[in-house]
Ligand binder design. Structure first.
Ligand code: SF4
Length: 263
Protein backbone atom coordinates (compact mmCIF):
# COMPACT_ATOMS: atom_id res chain seq x y z
CA UNK A 1 0.00 0.00 0.00
CA UNK A 2 1.57 3.32 -1.04
CA UNK A 3 1.76 5.62 1.95
CA UNK A 4 -0.29 8.37 0.31
CA UNK A 5 -3.30 6.05 0.19
CA UNK A 6 -3.27 5.43 3.93
CA UNK A 7 -4.92 8.72 4.87
CA UNK A 8 -7.71 7.93 2.47
CA UNK A 9 -8.16 4.55 4.16
CA UNK A 10 -8.20 6.17 7.58
CA UNK A 11 -11.23 8.20 6.48
CA UNK A 12 -13.14 4.93 6.25
CA UNK A 13 -12.15 3.79 9.72
CA UNK A 14 -14.68 4.94 12.27
CA UNK A 15 -12.80 3.73 15.36
CA UNK A 16 -9.99 6.21 14.68
CA UNK A 17 -12.39 9.10 14.44
CA UNK A 18 -13.65 8.36 17.95
CA UNK A 19 -10.17 8.11 19.40
CA UNK A 20 -9.05 11.34 21.04
CA UNK A 21 -5.37 10.43 21.53
CA UNK A 22 -2.64 10.43 18.89
CA UNK A 23 -3.05 8.18 15.85
CA UNK A 24 0.21 7.27 14.19
CA UNK A 25 0.48 5.57 10.84
CA UNK A 26 3.34 3.25 10.11
CA UNK A 27 4.33 5.54 7.24
CA UNK A 28 4.26 8.65 9.43
CA UNK A 29 6.47 6.93 11.99
CA UNK A 30 8.91 5.93 9.27
CA UNK A 31 9.07 9.51 8.01
CA UNK A 32 9.54 10.90 11.52
CA UNK A 33 12.34 8.45 12.24
CA UNK A 34 13.91 8.50 8.80
CA UNK A 35 16.86 10.70 9.70
CA UNK A 36 14.94 13.94 9.24
CA UNK A 37 11.87 14.50 11.41
CA UNK A 38 10.71 17.33 9.13
CA UNK A 39 9.84 14.80 6.43
CA UNK A 40 6.75 14.01 8.45
CA UNK A 41 5.42 17.57 8.06
CA UNK A 42 6.06 17.56 4.32
CA UNK A 43 4.44 14.13 4.03
CA UNK A 44 1.33 15.46 5.74
CA UNK A 45 0.93 18.05 3.01
CA UNK A 46 2.26 16.63 -0.23
CA UNK A 47 2.16 13.52 -2.37
CA UNK A 48 4.94 13.15 -4.86
CA UNK A 49 3.27 12.70 -8.25
CA UNK A 50 3.72 9.21 -9.55
CA UNK A 51 5.64 10.29 -12.63
CA UNK A 52 8.32 11.83 -10.40
CA UNK A 53 8.70 8.80 -8.13
CA UNK A 54 11.91 6.79 -8.55
CA UNK A 55 11.33 3.94 -11.02
CA UNK A 56 11.84 1.14 -8.43
CA UNK A 57 9.17 2.69 -6.19
CA UNK A 58 6.72 3.01 -9.10
CA UNK A 59 7.32 -0.59 -10.07
CA UNK A 60 6.97 -1.73 -6.47
CA UNK A 61 3.58 -0.03 -6.14
CA UNK A 62 2.42 -1.54 -9.44
CA UNK A 63 3.61 -4.99 -8.36
CA UNK A 64 1.66 -4.68 -5.08
CA UNK A 65 -1.51 -3.83 -7.01
CA UNK A 66 -0.90 -6.73 -9.39
CA UNK A 67 -0.35 -9.20 -6.54
CA UNK A 68 -3.57 -8.15 -4.86
CA UNK A 69 -5.48 -8.41 -8.13
CA UNK A 70 -4.10 -11.87 -8.90
CA UNK A 71 -4.85 -13.19 -5.42
CA UNK A 72 -8.40 -11.88 -5.59
CA UNK A 73 -9.02 -13.04 -9.17
CA UNK A 74 -8.84 -9.54 -10.68
CA UNK A 75 -7.41 -8.36 -13.97
CA UNK A 76 -3.77 -7.34 -14.41
CA UNK A 77 -3.80 -6.36 -18.09
CA UNK A 78 -4.15 -2.65 -17.36
CA UNK A 79 -1.20 -2.83 -14.93
CA UNK A 80 0.94 -4.63 -17.54
CA UNK A 81 0.03 -1.99 -20.12
CA UNK A 82 0.83 0.94 -17.87
CA UNK A 83 3.85 -0.38 -15.99
CA UNK A 84 5.19 -3.14 -18.20
CA UNK A 85 5.29 -6.91 -17.89
CA UNK A 86 7.85 -6.88 -15.06
CA UNK A 87 5.32 -5.78 -12.44
CA UNK A 88 2.94 -8.56 -13.42
CA UNK A 89 5.83 -11.05 -13.58
CA UNK A 90 6.70 -10.17 -9.98
CA UNK A 91 3.07 -10.67 -8.99
CA UNK A 92 2.90 -14.07 -10.67
CA UNK A 93 6.00 -15.17 -8.82
CA UNK A 94 4.46 -14.02 -5.53
CA UNK A 95 1.26 -15.96 -6.13
CA UNK A 96 3.21 -19.07 -7.19
CA UNK A 97 5.24 -18.77 -4.02
CA UNK A 98 2.06 -18.68 -1.91
CA UNK A 99 0.73 -21.78 -3.65
CA UNK A 100 4.01 -23.66 -3.47
CA UNK A 101 4.23 -23.06 0.28
CA UNK A 102 0.57 -23.87 0.80
CA UNK A 103 -0.17 -20.60 2.57
CA UNK A 104 -3.85 -19.90 2.89
CA UNK A 105 -4.59 -16.22 2.31
CA UNK A 106 -7.07 -14.95 4.92
CA UNK A 107 -7.02 -11.29 3.90
CA UNK A 108 -5.20 -8.87 1.63
CA UNK A 109 -4.77 -5.13 2.14
CA UNK A 110 -6.00 -5.57 5.69
CA UNK A 111 -6.62 -2.33 7.57
CA UNK A 112 -4.81 -2.57 10.85
CA UNK A 113 -5.79 -0.35 13.77
CA UNK A 114 -4.13 -1.23 17.03
CA UNK A 115 -3.85 0.32 20.49
CA UNK A 116 -0.28 0.88 21.66
CA UNK A 117 -0.63 2.71 24.96
CA UNK A 118 -3.51 4.60 26.54
CA UNK A 119 -3.34 7.66 24.30
CA UNK A 120 -1.57 6.33 21.19
CA UNK A 121 -2.89 4.02 18.48
CA UNK A 122 -1.53 2.87 15.11
CA UNK A 123 -2.89 2.32 11.74
CA UNK A 124 -1.52 0.81 8.58
CA UNK A 125 -2.45 -1.60 5.82
CA UNK A 126 -1.10 -5.15 5.88
CA UNK A 127 -0.34 -6.83 2.54
CA UNK A 128 -1.46 -10.35 3.53
CA UNK A 129 -2.66 -12.16 6.64
CA UNK A 130 -2.16 -15.87 6.06
CA UNK A 131 -2.38 -19.27 7.69
CA UNK A 132 0.61 -21.59 7.34
CA UNK A 133 0.14 -25.34 6.71
CA UNK A 134 0.94 -26.00 10.41
CA UNK A 135 -1.97 -23.77 11.45
CA UNK A 136 0.15 -20.78 12.55
CA UNK A 137 -1.00 -17.35 11.50
CA UNK A 138 1.47 -14.93 9.97
CA UNK A 139 1.68 -11.58 8.28
CA UNK A 140 3.28 -11.43 4.86
CA UNK A 141 4.83 -8.30 3.47
CA UNK A 142 5.95 -8.17 -0.15
CA UNK A 143 9.17 -6.41 -1.01
CA UNK A 144 10.42 -5.84 -4.52
CA UNK A 145 14.14 -5.47 -4.82
CA UNK A 146 17.01 -5.76 -7.28
CA UNK A 147 18.64 -8.43 -5.19
CA UNK A 148 17.99 -10.61 -2.12
CA UNK A 149 18.54 -9.11 1.31
CA UNK A 150 21.86 -9.62 3.00
CA UNK A 151 22.14 -12.02 5.91
CA UNK A 152 24.52 -11.02 8.71
CA UNK A 153 25.96 -13.23 11.42
CA UNK A 154 26.28 -11.84 14.94
CA UNK A 155 29.07 -12.63 17.37
CA UNK A 156 26.60 -14.95 19.11
CA UNK A 157 26.13 -16.94 15.91
CA UNK A 158 22.61 -15.63 15.36
CA UNK A 159 21.72 -14.80 11.78
CA UNK A 160 19.86 -11.54 11.26
CA UNK A 161 18.36 -9.56 8.42
CA UNK A 162 18.84 -5.85 9.04
CA UNK A 163 16.19 -4.97 6.45
CA UNK A 164 13.55 -6.88 8.40
CA UNK A 165 14.13 -4.85 11.56
CA UNK A 166 12.11 -1.70 10.74
CA UNK A 167 9.06 -0.37 12.58
CA UNK A 168 6.75 -2.31 10.33
CA UNK A 169 7.14 -5.60 12.20
CA UNK A 170 6.42 -4.33 15.72
CA UNK A 171 3.54 -2.18 14.42
CA UNK A 172 1.77 -4.91 12.46
CA UNK A 173 2.37 -7.55 15.12
CA UNK A 174 0.62 -5.40 17.72
CA UNK A 175 -2.82 -7.02 18.09
CA UNK A 176 -5.64 -4.86 16.68
CA UNK A 177 -8.74 -3.71 18.58
CA UNK A 178 -10.75 -6.23 16.62
CA UNK A 179 -10.45 -8.49 13.61
CA UNK A 180 -12.93 -10.16 11.28
CA UNK A 181 -10.32 -12.71 10.19
CA UNK A 182 -8.95 -14.29 13.33
CA UNK A 183 -9.41 -13.83 17.05
CA UNK A 184 -7.40 -10.92 18.46
CA UNK A 185 -5.79 -13.24 21.03
CA UNK A 186 -4.50 -15.37 18.13
CA UNK A 187 -2.95 -12.40 16.32
CA UNK A 188 0.32 -13.48 14.62
CA UNK A 189 3.68 -13.09 16.31
CA UNK A 190 5.55 -13.67 13.05
CA UNK A 191 5.97 -11.43 10.07
CA UNK A 192 7.49 -12.82 6.91
CA UNK A 193 9.09 -10.39 4.51
CA UNK A 194 9.03 -11.96 1.07
CA UNK A 195 11.56 -10.35 -1.21
CA UNK A 196 10.97 -10.84 -4.92
CA UNK A 197 14.14 -9.72 -6.67
CA UNK A 198 14.33 -8.84 -10.35
CA UNK A 199 16.70 -11.75 -10.80
CA UNK A 200 17.35 -14.67 -8.51
CA UNK A 201 15.21 -16.66 -6.14
CA UNK A 202 12.53 -15.33 -3.83
CA UNK A 203 13.89 -14.74 -0.33
CA UNK A 204 11.99 -15.25 2.93
CA UNK A 205 13.04 -13.20 5.97
CA UNK A 206 11.15 -13.71 9.21
CA UNK A 207 10.71 -11.18 11.98
CA UNK A 208 9.29 -12.16 15.37
CA UNK A 209 7.53 -10.03 17.93
CA UNK A 210 9.81 -9.27 20.87
CA UNK A 211 9.75 -7.18 24.03
CA UNK A 212 12.81 -5.10 23.15
CA UNK A 213 11.37 -3.82 19.88
CA UNK A 214 7.94 -3.28 21.41
CA UNK A 215 9.53 -1.13 24.14
CA UNK A 216 11.54 0.81 21.54
CA UNK A 217 8.33 1.37 19.60
CA UNK A 218 6.56 2.79 22.66
CA UNK A 219 9.45 5.19 23.36
CA UNK A 220 9.57 6.30 19.74
CA UNK A 221 5.83 6.85 19.57
CA UNK A 222 5.96 8.93 22.73
CA UNK A 223 8.63 11.08 21.08
CA UNK A 224 6.43 11.38 18.03
CA UNK A 225 3.40 12.34 20.12
CA UNK A 226 5.45 14.98 21.92
CA UNK A 227 6.69 16.38 18.61
CA UNK A 228 3.10 16.59 17.45
CA UNK A 229 2.09 18.35 20.66
CA UNK A 230 4.84 20.94 20.31
CA UNK A 231 4.92 21.08 16.51
CA UNK A 232 8.65 20.51 16.68
CA UNK A 233 9.89 18.58 13.64
CA UNK A 234 13.36 20.00 12.94
CA UNK A 235 14.98 19.80 9.54
CA UNK A 236 18.12 17.76 9.19
CA UNK A 237 19.50 19.59 6.18
CA UNK A 238 22.38 18.17 4.21
CA UNK A 239 23.19 14.97 2.41
CA UNK A 240 19.84 13.41 3.38
CA UNK A 241 18.08 15.94 1.18
CA UNK A 242 19.57 14.51 -2.01
CA UNK A 243 17.28 11.49 -2.05
CA UNK A 244 14.37 13.00 -0.17
CA UNK A 245 10.91 12.90 -1.81
CA UNK A 246 10.29 16.34 -0.38
CA UNK A 247 13.45 18.05 -1.60
CA UNK A 248 11.48 20.40 -3.87
CA UNK A 249 8.69 21.30 -1.45
CA UNK A 250 11.03 21.64 1.53
CA UNK A 251 13.60 23.82 -0.24
CA UNK A 252 11.09 25.51 -2.53
CA UNK A 253 13.15 24.87 -5.64
CA UNK A 254 12.12 26.76 -8.76
CA UNK A 255 8.84 25.31 -10.04
CA UNK A 256 8.58 23.00 -7.02
CA UNK A 257 4.77 22.71 -7.19
CA UNK A 258 4.84 20.65 -10.37
CA UNK A 259 6.24 17.65 -8.46
CA UNK A 260 3.36 17.32 -5.98
CA UNK A 261 -0.29 17.06 -5.42
CA UNK A 262 -1.79 18.25 -2.15
CA UNK A 263 -2.97 15.53 0.20
S1 SF4 B 1 14.72 18.05 1.98
FE1 SF4 B 1 16.17 17.69 3.66
S2 SF4 B 1 15.50 19.01 5.35
FE2 SF4 B 1 13.80 18.84 3.88
S3 SF4 B 1 12.54 17.16 4.63
FE3 SF4 B 1 13.95 16.30 3.15
S4 SF4 B 1 15.73 15.59 4.34
FE4 SF4 B 1 14.52 17.00 5.63
Amino acid sequence: MPFHKLEQRLEEISVSKKFDGVTISKSALEKFYSGCAHRYLEYRQWNLKEKYMPAPLRKGIAAHHAIENLINGGDVDAIAEEYGATAVGVAERAVNWLEKNDYKVLATEERHIAPLIKDIQFYGVIDVVAEAPNGDYLIIDWKTSYKPWQIRTLESGEKIYIDAQGWQGPVYLTPPYSSDIIRVEDWPIQMLYVVIPTTGSIGEYPYYKNDYDDAALRVTCRQFAEAKRTGNFPKNKGWQCRNCDFLHSCWKTKGWEKYYEAR
